[in-house]
Design a protein around this ligand. Structure first.
Ligand code: SF4
Ligand code: SF4
Length: 93
């Protein structure tokens, strides 16, 4: 399943997308450790599979919470997308 977490406002769209089908086979769970803001957690989905999700309290704050990892924060690549060896994570901005 393609899961989108985030929101849009007057300045743009701020979504983190996770291809949770890829999480089912993932034993590394690299996203959880890689994110300096601890935005990822592993939870059971509607199909009872353990997949990555974005913590509920952060879903409406992604622009702010991810700002330190974006190019303006000095990063050339995002810790989460780099860590996920399955390429399951993408960002809309
Ligand atoms: S590292 Fe990637 S594949 Fe593994 S649980 Fe996290 S998002 Fe899913
Ligand atoms: S960009 Fe940074 S803060 Fe945002 S989800 Fe990825 S690792 Fe976490």
């Amino acid at each position: 399943m393609i899961a989108n977490y985030g929101y849009r406002d007057g300045s743009g769209e701020y979504y983190v997308t996770i291809d949770t089908d890829l999480c089912i086979e993932c034993e590394g769970r690299w996203c959880v450790e890689a994110c300096p803001e601890r935005l990822f957690e592993i939870a059971r989905d509607d199909y009872d599979d353990e997949v990555a999700t974005i913590v509920a309290s952060a879903r409406k704050l992604l622009k702010e919470r991810c700002s330190g990892c974006k190019p303006a924060g000095g990063y050339g690549s995002l810790p989460c997308t780099t860590a996920c060896e399955f390429g399951a994570i993408s960002h809309s901005w």
